[in-house]
Design a protein around this ligand. Structure first.
Ligand SMILES: Cc1cc2nc3c(=O)[nH]c(=O)nc-3n(C[C@H](O)[C@H](O)[C@H](O)COP(=O)(O)OP(=O)(O)OC[C@H]3O[C@@H](n4cnc5c(N)ncnc54)[C@H](O)[C@@H]3O)c2cc1C
Length: 230
């Protein structure tokens, strides 16, 4: 059966990307979130180490360089700047959502050092930081009366009229085809690890948004790891 649904915003993906987006939309909007399997099957639940934050202004240049080096200098510099500059505010928002980051004995945030970072600047919650953040964000989203969440609902395409995206098409758990009309369409479908034979990622994460975008001629970049799988 085919169903026509109407929302202001539809979001594919219930990891931290989708959840954080939903939390930032005006409460006047009618929002639908969908995810491919159950809400916990997302890489956000698996992240262990933590989340980095700009320590202070003096840390900016080192943090910028660490990030660029880790990205083999292919990172978009403006995006790195936005990430660094907004990192403290993101941490503050997560704390406001109830995320319990590790603290020093004086109550200040404790930082650890990870990966490419030249100094400790990672906020963490034991070794289950992703689970802590995702669970608290989800609990915050579940309190929003304007947001609905459908599990086991897979985006298969977008709706498009005259070159403008007007929503998405999804397959519901009961096999129904949902034509979800929306003013804004967000694809927060995570990575492509599920396409690899060996991966630490959930198998259901197969870069579906990239396929849909490619089909509609949306310009994509940095597909090195994706293209050789096609
Ligand atoms: C083992 C592991 C450890 C990690 N450790 C860290 C760390 O310490 N620090 C760090 O910063 N990052 C870490 N990461 C990376 C981090 O987890 C991810 O970058 C981040 O969680 C991605 O969030 P996301 O919301 O984009 O995607 P995800 O959390 O993966 O969510 C994707 C969502 O999209 C949905 N979806 C996919 N396809 C469709 C479709 N067709 N239709 C509908 N819904 C769809 C899925 O169901 C899911 O809800 C780690 C990753 C892994 C796997």
């Amino acid at each position: 059966m085919e169903q026509e649904l109407y929302y202001d915003t539809v979001i594919a993906g219930c990891g931290v990307g989708g959840l954080f987006t939903a939390l930032h939309l005006p409460s006047t909007q009618k929002v639908l979130m969908i995810c491919k399997e159950d809400v916990e099957s997302c890489n956000s639940m698996l992240a262990q180490g933590g989340i980095c934050v700009l320590l202070n202004e003096q840390d900016y240049n080192d943090y910028f360089e660490d990030t660029m080096r880790a990205g083999h200098y292919e990172n978009r510099r403006e995006s790195v700047d936005i990430m660094l500059r907004s990192s403290r505010s993101v941490i503050d928002q997560l704390i406001a959502c109830g995320v319990d980051f590790a603290r020093n004995s004086d109550g200040s945030l404790a930082y650890t050092r990870e990966g490419a970072h030249s100094r400790p600047r990672i906020c963490f919650h034991e070794d289950t930081t992703g689970q802590e953040i995702t669970t608290k964000l989800r609990q915050a989203v579940e309190k929003l009366p304007n947001v609905e969440l459908m599990e086991y609902t897979t985006m298969t395409d977008i709706l498009a009229e005259n070159g403008v995206c007007t929503g998405m098409v999804a397959k519901a758990q009961n096999g129904d085809t949902l034509r979800i009309h929306a003013h804004d369409t967000v694809m927060a479908t995570g990575g492509i690890g599920g396409r690899y034979e060996h991966s630490t990622n959930f198998r259901c994460l197969t870069g579906d948004a990239l396929d849909v975008a490619q089909k509609h001629g949306v310009e994509l970049e940095h597909l090195d790891l994706f293209l050789h799988l096609l």
